[in-house]
Design a protein around this ligand. Structure first.
Ligand code: TXE
Length: 503
């Protein structure tokens, strides 16, 4: 099925002509009155405008958040859980609408937004609704008559900055735990995708007290920086490039506030020789695991962008893998049969094309793809590239730098030690894949790879209950899992003496 182009009559979602900021429970025009155009990567057409905000708008959002924080922070966990569950229900009722909005704003295939992005976002609210109710404080009996009570308190008002590759899911990864723990939020979406998150806000606005969630659109320097440097936030959570992550951390040191960073990656996907001896079903699964480099058009921080294949199986394994890459259906992301849609922006498309050129200049062998993909009709001006596979070695820049597109760099290894050496020869450490049914190899590889998330015999799964985050330049802190609650909480210790004797 093909969903209709939003903004055409009868489409499942019609975007507003322009989006104001959402501050204090109201839609508020930017103080300076300026808006910027938002293009859909699917067709290249401008489909809406968003507020081009400035520091003044951040101050308004912070005023609203601070006004709401005492009351919201004192609500019971039962009350907050109820609201989170209502949000989840509301999103579920509007799943298709949100999926199409996300696809139109970002360019990714609706097949993914329908089956992954939005369902995962919904589950995230449900997960944090339950974990917050299950969270317990701790008491320590220090001696017979002295006790320390440890209470969880919200941080207060938190700042959140999100990227354009998963506007809704990255938003929800930050919003759900912050709300569950009783914080008020000022969130800044990415300028490439300012609209779909506003569709989500429109849907849930009546479920939250005014000022608890505030969303301010605009550019990084003009509005992201005034938020991240603001002394009125108690924490900053960021997902984006390593370069900006480094700046965010510097801003946070000025205000001495906690920071969580989800940054770039160059994830190794390691295929040991025994995958070739398994049944066909497992081999197909492993091949799908390799092809995951094209999921979300490659625009994922955990993109398995380096495949390490044991030398002894390279020829046979790659023959099957390339057949599968050839079968990737590229085209209109609103078509549920399409696997790979558009890149999120023209800028990103150009970046990917420049890396394809670089790979060839570096002497890597281009096994498939290698260029732009010009589609016809309405899609002519969209941002499409070919899924591309290079063979080379790990010192090449295409193996070392984050391309953030459907570009796979493949190399071989002789034995376990060499595989680990290549896998860890990177500045990043976000994700990795290990493919083997030899339990000893799989376990040792999983432990040896310096990455926050190592998938074994699977890839690209993001359940709310598994911690996610980076080693090395891929970031600090974790998202998902109940441990996330403490990233949004402060500990208050009441140390009480019940002793009657003087000290
Ligand atoms: O990221 P930026 P960009 C990687 C990916 C991509 C590259 C560049 O390789 O090609 O980064 O993408 C806001 N103070 N990732 O330039 O600039 C900005 O407005 C405060 C990986 O889009 O980091 C946006 O909301 N905020 C990544 C957000 O930061 C600032 C996802 C991310 O933008 C700011 C995205 C500043 N000084 C890109 N400057 C991942 N980990 O998944 C920018 N921003």
């Amino acid at each position: 099925m093909i969903y209709a182009n939003p903004n055409t009559e009868g489409a499942i979602i019609n975007f507003k002509e322009k989006y104001d900021n959402f501050i204090g429970g109201k839609w508020v025009p930017p103080v300076k009155g300026q808006y910027f155009e938002n293009k859909s990567p699917v067709t290249g057409e401008v489909f809406t405008k968003a507020a081009r905000s400035t520091a003044e708008d951040i101050e308004l959002a912070l005023d609203a958040a601070h006004a709401a924080k005492d009351a919201w922070g004192k609500t019971s966990t039962a009350e907050r859980a109820l609201i989170l569950n209502k949000i989840a229900d509301r999103l579920e009722e509007n799943l298709e609408k949100l999926a199409v909005a996300e696809t139109w704003d970002n360019g990714k295939a609706v097949r993914e937004t329908l089956n992954a992005d939005i369902p995962l976002a919904i589950d995230h609210f449900r997960y944090f609704a339950s974990t917050i109710r299950a969270q317990e404080g701790r008491t320590t009996q220090l001696d017979n008559d002295t006790v320390a009570y440890h209470f969880h308190e919200p941080l207060g008002v938190v700042g959140q900055i999100i990227p354009w590759n998963f506007p809704i899911l990255m938003g929800v990864w930050k919003i759900a735990p912050a709300l569950a723990t009783g914080n008020c939020i000022v969130l800044k979406p990415a300028e490439q995708t300012p609209a779909s998150i506003m569709v989500l806000v429109e849907l849930i606005q009546d479920l939250l007290p005014a000022g608890v969630l505030n969303v301010v659109n605009g550019f990084g320097i003009e509005v992201g920086k005034p938020l991240a440097t603001n002394p009125r936030i108690a924490k900053i959570a960021f997902t984006g490039s390593t370069a900006v992550g480094r700046q965010i951390m510097q801003y946070a040191t000025e205000n001495i506030i906690p920071v969580t960073l989800e940054l770039g990656g160059k994830s190794p996907n390691v295929f040991f020789e025994d995958v070739m001896n398994q049944d066909d079903e497992f081999l197909d699964k492993a091949i799908e695991g390799l092809v995951m480099f094209a999921l979300n058009s490659g625009e994922i921080c955990t993109c398995p962008s380096r495949a390490l294949i044991q030398e002894s199986i390279y020829d046979k394994f790659m023959e099957r893998a390339l057949e599968r890459v050839k079968a990737i259906k590229i085209g209109n992301p609103l078509d549920t049969e399409v696997m790979m849609g558009a890149q999120a922006s023209n800028e990103q498309k150009e970046k990917i094309l420049s890396y394809m050129k670089l790979g060839k200049e570096e002497g890597a062998e281009c096994l498939i793809g290698g260029g732009e993909n010009r589609l016809n009709g309405d899609l002519e001006n969209g941002n499409y590239v070919e899924p591309t596979v290079f063979k080379g070695h790990n010192k090449m820049r295409i193996f070392q730098e984050e391309i953030f597109g459907p570009v796979l760099a493949v190399t071989t290894f002789k034995d376990f030690d060499e595989a680990m050496e290549i896998a860890n020869d990177t500045l990043y450490g976000l994700g990795a894949g290990v493919w083997s049914r030899n339990g000893d190899i799989a376990y040792r590889a999983g432990r040896a790879i310096q990455a926050g998330r190592v998938w074994t015999n699977t890839y690209h799964q993001y359940p709310a209950g598994a911690a996610f985050g980076g080693y090395k330049l891929s970031g600090i802190g974790r998202e998902n899992h109940a441990m996330m609650l403490e990233h949004y909480q402060q500990t208050k210790t009441l140390l009480v003496s019940y002793d009657r004797k003087p000290q």
